[in-house]
Design a protein. Sequence first.
Length: 76
Amino acid sequence: MFEVADECGIKRENIHFTNHQPKIIFLKDKDFLFHLDDDIIELMDIMDSGDKCKPLNVDHMSWDLNCRELLDDEKF
């Protein structure tokens, strides 16, 4: 994972492991814009939480477009 993060320019200190806890526990109320995942249960937990973090499924063919749209919306 660190190799991919390095290639993408993601700082290692910005990577957080959740130790098998639901990811929404970490994400909740921290103002994350979106979360990328391929685990439908994690994505549904995030969606059902009511948090502003948008769950995006990396198995969906337009996940990268959705990321760009959310980032563009935040600029305004």
